[in-house]
Design a protein around this ligand. Structure first.
Ligand code: HMG
Ligand code: MG
Length: 284
């Protein structure tokens, strides 16, 4: 039996959030419904952030109301604060994600908060999520480098991972936000992080700006990680990480994992159709 590896599809959120042209809610819904048919267990579909900061994500509630929910699919939403959490809860997101940064520069640019201030906000969200029985994932951004502060110390990433673990995150996704990480940097970062959380509760979130995302996936596989975030069609980037390109393309990640002997459970044909849809959305 081939070993299982999971791709967490983040294209409808991390991919689309960076598109300058406003994409119709109905197009987002169609993409998400197609992705669900491809066999993903988890799809990040919205973020309940300030519409002044990320206008493209302002229709999160409508997206969640418009999709046809499939059994066995968890529809995730980013929540930066209690206001966002209330929005995600009301829209019946299946799970939420909090998102901290390992670097002060990106924390300020992305959340208008220091790392400590952001953790205080996330602690409130985590407490509410626990009380409501809402599953909570977490991200750490800039795990190897930051567009503002340069290289990130592995110990700092481990500290953030421990803090998010202690808040009750069921999984922590490690973000190479800029997409410039070298495999050796990823390896050193993972060595530190694995002292705080086992591989089974970690995910790799590699943007592919420098074209090394799949090499970084290999390093993470060797360290025991089996969950990777991907964006169909290689969509996206982060509006607060200047120069960052999209996440590793889900279809390339799927092909790579299969080649490495892992079973992803995805339907490659439906996935290719979804990648075409995503590219058409980008082209307008
Ligand atoms: P702020 O300006 O400091 O917040 O932003 P504020 O509390 O002063 O509020 C400002 C305005 O936003 C107010 O409205 C609030 O009501 C409103 P006004 O009075 O001016 O009309 N507001 C909200 N509206 C809707 N939903 C909310 C919300 N909160 C406040 N939840 C804030 C602080 C956190 C809100 C802002 O910085 C923000 O929205 N940041 C999110 C940025 C973002 O979404 N970035 C991209 C996602 S992270 C990412 O891509 C990385 C990741 O992929 C991993 C990786 O690659 O590393 C996850
Ligand atoms: Mg990202």
């Amino acid at each position: 039996m081939p070993e299982r590896a999971e791709i967490f599809e983040v294209g409808p959120r991390d991919g689309l959030q960076n598109e300058a042209r406003m994409i119709a809610t109905s197009d987002k819904v169609a993409l998400i419904d197609h992705l669900a048919r491809a066999g993903f267990a988890r799809i990040e579909v919205a973020s309940f952030v300030s519409p002044k900061w990320v206008p493209q994500m302002a229709d999160g509630a409508d997206v969640l109301a418009g999709i046809t929910r499939m059994d066995g699919v968890s529809y995730a939403a980013l929540t930066p604060n209690m206001r966002g959490y209330a929005g995600a809860l009301a829209a019946k997101a299946s799970e939420i994600a909090i998102f901290a940064s390992a670097s002060e520069g990106f924390s300020k640019a992305n959340l208008n908060a220091t790392i400590e201030e952001s953790l205080a906000r996330f602690a409130e969200v985590a407490e509410a999520a626990r009380a409501d029985g809402m599953p909570m994932r977490a991200y750490v951004s800039c795990v190897t480098q930051c567009p503002f502060d340069g290289e990130t110390a592995p110990a700092q990433v481990a500290r953030l991972v421990a803090a998010l673990r202690d808040m009750g995150a069921y999984e922590v996704s490690l973000g190479d936000t800029l997409g410039h990480a070298w495999p050796a940097q990823v390896d050193a970062m993972l060595e530190a992080v694995l002292q705080e959380l086992p591989a089974a509760q970690l995910a790799g979130h590699f943007h592919d700006t420098a074209g090394r995302a799949l090499e970084n996936v290999d390093v993470a596989l060797a360290r025991g990680l089996r969950v990777f975030d991907g964006a169909v069609g290689g969509l996206g980037g982060c509006p607060y990480a200047p120069g960052a390109a999209g996440n590793v393309a889900t279809e390339a990640l799927d092909a790579h994992l299969r080649k490495r002997g892992f079973e992803t459970g995805l339907d490659t044909e439906i996935l290719a159709q979804a990648a075409d849809m995503a590219r058409r959305l980008r082209e307008g």
